[in-house]
Design a protein around this ligand. Structure first.
Ligand code: SAH
Length: 454
């Protein structure tokens, strides 16, 4: 039982955990308090702003002892743009928080008590790792701003320097801003759905340092585009300049059509020995350095000998499939986006891999269908979106009963739910769980899990 806890009262608490949005979590006896703009390990005085039955919200009124895990490295703007939640938490602590988060989900949601979660595999230099940035462009008090939307808002926080994006972006932003100002190009307005320029997307191939600049416009043509091309060409890394035509009134960033203004329609990225075409619209993992770590772990868990038939469900542009194909007899990939499947086929060709076959469709429809037709699997890799695997796919996995399942997950909560089914209903044992830090300074965590049929 708690003593009476009232709104507007002050309490001294220690921040013992951090939530999804990076908010601090502390306790007053067994009453939980959520506090923004504090860090794990801080001791603070809070004033309660909202009080519910078992939990409430507070704001910090005084820092009593700053967290020993605070670091001064990172972004000057703290969490202003809403992209990073952990900028000022020591990197080692971030990695431990992520390991703990996966373990907590497996225990609390999956009721998997005896599973050990390995230490999170982190980056040696956890900065400037992102190969893709999408900056909204809007008018702010009569001035053109290029930045990020603040957390849970459409307010632009201008970006001058960002610790997780490629440093070349700063240079590109300057050129784009100067061009838009010089030629007085109209800027998109969300309310009226008027104005031309909506977003700037930059993609980078880290291996070759090739850059693609994509301007998202609410129309067919960009006036004076030749002048833009001329000024961007002064940056030698830029190999592709494209327009994305997006005339719908929606917060979705990209439209479905692109046209090339200069150079090639895609850039190339290399992960390990494999090359991948990165086009403006296709999904590609955002951290190429850690993608290699993640895929190598998946490959290690699959432990292929060259004789296996392997399925890669939710395969995107076939990245994991091609890693597996180097070591397997045959790999089948399934993905819902038809263009991604086209890319997967091209990527297989680009790398001279002939033992792959790709299907466009829902994993929960394509795999049961092919299974009914007699297709089998020795190993299945799944890499679903945040909502996890569809129930029908899980039931098919149970029926197909491959010796090994490798589960790659970007959400520990749905991972825990699916592992509960696979271990309790489908006869699998979790052998190892490995978190990989694909998104330093954010609360996101990726995991790879090795399951074996018992
Ligand atoms: N394995 C890939 C992509 C993982 S992201 C990589 O590492 O790059 C998850 C992918 O699942 C996305 O490409 C998404 O388009 C796809 N997807 C979402 N729902 C799906 C479904 N029901 N069936 C098949 N693919 C799906």
């Amino acid at each position: 039982m708690n003593d009476a806890i009232y709104k507007a009262q002050h309490y001294e608490i220690e921040i013992i955990d951090m939530g999804e949005g990076g908010e601090g979590i502390g306790k007053i006896q067994d009453f939980t308090v959520f506090v923004p703009k504090v860090l794990l390990g801080d001791r603070v005085e809070v004033c309660l702003t909202k009080v519910k039955k078992n939990y409430g919200f507070g704001k910090m009124v005084k820092m009593i002892t700053p967290s020993p895990y605070r670091t001064v490295e990172g972004c000057e703007k703290e969490t202003a743009c809403g992209g990073c939640q952990f900028q000022h938490l020591a990197y080692e602590k971030q990695l431990e928080w992520k390991r703990q988060k996966v373990e907590n989900c497996l225990k609390r949601i999956g009721k998997l008590e005896d599973v050990t979660v390995q230490k999170t595999l982190g980056m040696e230099t956890p900065y400037h790792y992102r190969n893709k940035a999408q900056y909204p462009i809007r008018m702010v008090e009569g001035k053109i701003e290029i930045g990020f939307f603040a957390a849970k808002s459409r307010r632009i926080v201008p970006v001058t320097k960002c610790c997780i994006q490629h440093p070349i972006n700063t240079q590109i932003i300057k050129v784009i801003k100067a061009f838009l100002n010089e030629y007085q190009i109209s800027i998109y307005d969300d309310e009226s759905h008027k104005g031309l320029v909506r977003h700037l997307m930059i993609k980078t191939g880290y291996k070759a340092q090739d850059v693609m600049v994509c301007l998202v416009i609410n129309g067919k043509k960009l006036p004076h585009s030749e002048a833009l091309v001329e000024s961007l060409k002064a940056i030698p890394e830029i190999k592709s300049i494209v327009l994305n035509h997006h005339m719908d009134k929606t917060p979705v960033i990209l439209g479905k059509e692109c046209s090339v203004l200069y150079g090639s329609e895609s850039i190339t990225e290399q992960i390990g020995d494999l090359k991948f075409k990165v086009s403006p619209l296709a999904f590609f993992q955002v951290n190429p350095i850690q993608t290699k770590v993640l895929y190598q772990k998946a490959l290690e868990y699959a432990a292929l000998t060259g004789e296996e038939i392997v399925w890669d469900a939710y395969c995107g542009i076939g990245t994991i499939s091609l890693f597996l194909a180097q070591k397997a007899k045959k790999v089948y990939g399934v993905e819902i986006i038809p263009e991604a499947i086209e890319n997967a086929r091209e990527n297989a060709k680009l790398n001279g891999l002939q033992n792959t076959e790709f299907y466009a469709g829902k994993a929960e429809e394509v795999i049961p269908d092919l299974y009914k037709k007699g297709v089998i699997a020795d190993t299945i890799v799944v890499d679903p979106p945040r909502k996890g695997c569809d129930e029908k796919l899980l039931e098919t996995l149970k029926a197909m009963a491959p010796q090994k399942i490798v589960y790659v997950s970007c959400d520990p909560a749905t991972l825990a739910r699916d592992l509960a089914y696979l271990t309790r209903e489908a006869g699998y044992k979790v052998e190892e769980v490995q978190p990989v830090d694909m998104f330093p300074h954010t609360t996101h965590v990726e995991s790879v899990v090795k399951l074996r049929k018992v």
